[in-house]
Design a protein around this ligand. Sequence first.
Ligand code: CMP
Length: 140
Amino acid sequence: MAIERTFSILKPDVTRRNLTGAVNAMIEAAGLCIIAQRRILMTRRQAETFYAVHKERPFFGELVESMTAGPVVVQVLEGADAIKKYRDLLGATDPAKAAAGTIRKEHALSVGENSAHGSDAPETAAIEIAQFFSGNDIIA
Ligand code: CMP
């Protein structure tokens, strides 16, 4: 299996409830290595750009509001098959449908406050990582 990098955001519902370490422990237990991490306040413009693919969706305004409502932790994760591995660890977008043992089943509050984001493909991972990290920020 190829060693890949994926982009992760621990969302404001995680930082608000002081669950950053709990989620990071799940990430590391799954065999993913956190090779870059920063806690930031995402600007409205950053959130709109990051989620531009969803801009016609009815929930876009709510999504931007929720991602700018408090601190987030942006991360780069590395490991074998990291993109799929992290999506599997996240569980379904709607926590009500997420499998036991997943981050969203254990911690998420709702589809809007679903605790974490993970890239869905290698191309999007590269684009998303580049929005928040440059080369020397990432220490593999
Ligand atoms: P994420 O993996 O960050 O990608 C897009 C986000 O949009 C998703 O997680 C959810 O938080 C959010 N989202 C998707 N569908 C809905 C919905 N029906 N209502 C509100 N938010 C949604």
